[in-house]
Design a protein around this ligand. Structure first.
Ligand code: GDP
Length: 372
């Protein structure tokens, strides 16, 4: 049924995130509840089940697909006696591994401290246990206060640093002059970098993992005789930690300040419709949702519509629909210019380029009405 399907997709994504962070997943646990348990997120029976499994198979880490409250985290750690990660922490970890410029590193560090601050007591409990606990409470409490102060200082330092870089980046964007600015947006792993490479003929790092792109890349692209700037933005993802939305504001500024958005969608992914919603929601959050946009449905080479025997993933919307029929329904649905391509095989590239050319030209003409 549909709930089951969604649940599996969410768990697939979490597993993919874990894989991206460098972990292998041994087992999944799920539980249906009207709302998460306020103390331990899962119910006590489920917690026991996880605990038994973790003990038996010597599992190192348990990952939860939601952000856990500080006390849930603490309780779970105590109960399961294993390292606990939540979705936010996992995503932060991936960003930390992948941050390449000092700007990205500063952003991630800030987000990590902001995540850490309300959870400091947990660290303390941990330390207390290591040291034997008894008699340590007094100095320990002071220690936490000191740690908190240090972290708060660090946070304001990082914020100042970011402000300075933000200003520099804004200046840089201004200095790029009057060229039309186009931003690739889209869920993570949909093929933005691949498309960027194909359009600009330069090499941008592309791999089949989440968040290959952390830092914005800017390339000059020429279609016809029309030059414009193309930027690749950070991968958007469902439940992007709020700490990150805030600290990646200026990466997202590329999208905010773009003249035209190219929204790339991976149609081979079973939940591409959810992905479109997530991206649109983030665009709304950064107030970029009223911009001209082109919808690029990518990976048509990988589109499969025949329901296989063992395939429980095929969404109802795509059952027995050919690519051709399917593209027609989406063309009709979309209020934006829409094109279906493969960034790998370059199928329908001429059509896409024409579409980009037309949209860029419109902006160009509105900006220089008396030229040409
Ligand atoms: P990004 O995270 O949106 O920048 O995505 P990437 O460009 O890094 O691509 C993610 C993965 O999808 C890589 O393994 C690409 O090779 C693959 N990919 C990109 N475009 C296509 C396509 O048109 N067809 C297929 N089959 N795979 C693609």
């Amino acid at each position: 049924d549909q709930d089951e399907e969604k649940l599996k997709e969410y768990m697939d994504e979490l597993e993919f995130l874990a894989y991206t962070a460098g972990a292998t997943v041994e087992k999944r646990f799920t539980q249906k509840m009207s709302q998460p348990d306020s103390k331990t997120f899962v119910g006590s029976g489920k917690a026991q089940e996880i605990r038994d499994y973790v003990k038996e198979y010597e599992i190192g880490t348990v990952i939860f697909d939601d952000e856990l409250s500080p006390s849930q985290l603490k309780n779970l750690e105590r109960e399961l006696e294993v390292k606990i990660l939540d979705r936010t922490n996992l995503i932060l970890d991936i960003f930390a591994q992948r941050a390449q410029t000092s700007y990205a590193r500063t952003q991630v560090e800030l987000a990590q401290y902001e995540y850490l601050l309300p959870r400091l007591t947990r660290m303390w409990t941990h330390l207390e246990r290591q040291r034997g606990g008894i008699g340590m409470r007094g100095p320990g409490e002071t220690e936490i206060e000191t740690d908190r102060r240090i972290i708060r200082d660090r946070i304001s330092l990082l914020k100042d640093k970011l402000k300075t870089i933000d200003k520099q980046m804004a200046t840089q964007r201004n200095n790029r002059g009057k060229m039309v600015r186009v931003s690739l947006v889209g869920y993570t792993n949909v093929g933005k970098s691949t498309l960027m490479n194909a359009l600009s003929k330069s090499e941008v790092f592309a791999e089949n993992k989440l968040f290959a792109t952390l830092d914005t890349t800017v390339r000059k692209v020429v279609i016809g005789n029309l030059p414009f700037l193309l930027t690749d933005t950070v991968g958007f993802i469902r439940k992007l930690p709020t700490q990150l939305v805030e600290s990646f504001k200026s990466t997202l500024d590329e999208a905010r300040e773009a003249d035209l958005l190219i929204h790339v969608v991976d149609i081979s992914h079973e939940s591409f419709e959810d992905h479109i919603d997530s991206v649109n929601q983030i665009l709304q959050e950064i107030d970029a949702h009223r911009k001209p946009m082109i919808m690029v449905f990518n990976k048509i080479d990988d589109f499969s519509y025949e329901k296989k025997e063992d395939d429980d993933l095929t969404p109802s919307t795509r059952k027995n629909i050919s690519l051709e029929e399917w593209t027609k329904t989406w063309m009709a649905k979309s209020k934006y210019p829409t094109v279906f391509i493969s960034a790998l095989t370059k199928e329908n590239f001429p059509e896409m380029k024409k579409m980009i050319y037309d949209e860029v030209m419109k902006i160009h003409i509105s900006r220089f009405p008396y030229n040409d």
